[in-house]
Write a new protein. Structure first.
Length: 150
């Protein structure tokens, strides 16, 4: 068995973190790293730089990875819809009317003044959409950061 220089293993660490190495090379790199504390520290730094490096789908069953991808796409679809509805209801709440007479502004008022129940309901729906939107955004970020697929 030939001796492989430490620098070669250090060069393999980014590929190891990305999950791009063959199983045999992964086994070799892990064995080498377990004996070298400096490389272990370098590996920790590489993983800390990239939060997605902690998410490994190489060991997942294909069905689980596909389900996770479909779930994420579904959540992103809901997030888009909530953004659109939140924007719509917010803009309805802020709609206004104005009129000019003789080149001067005669009247300006928010339409909420004319029918407060309709616009109040619109405001409530807008706030609800934005709240759920932000919750989904946090959930998607948290799931990626933790590497979970719940």
């Amino acid at each position: 068995m030939m001796d492989i220089p430490r620098s070669v293993v250090a060069d393999l660490l980014p590929l190891y973190v990305a999950g791009e190495l063959s199983p045999e090379t992964v086994t070799f790199v892990e064995a080498y790293i377990s004996k070298d504390p400096e490389l272990t520290q370098l590996l920790k730094e590489l993983r800390a730089e990239d939060p997605l490096a902690q998410v490994s789908i190489a060991g997942l069953r294909p069905e689980l990875a596909l389900r996770s991808l479909q779930r994420t796409r579904k959540l992103i679809g809901w997030q888009r819809r909530l953004f659109a509805f939140g924007l719509f209801f917010t803009l309805i709440t802020l709609s206004f009317e104005f009129s000019f007479v003789g080149g001067r502004l005669k009247e300006f008022h928010f339409l909420m003044r004319d029918s407060p129940w309709v616009f109040g309901g619109s405001l409530v729906l807008g706030v609800l959409c934005w709240t759920v939107y932000i919750g989904l955004q946090r959930r998607l970020r948290t799931d990626v950061g933790r590497g979970t697929s719940a």
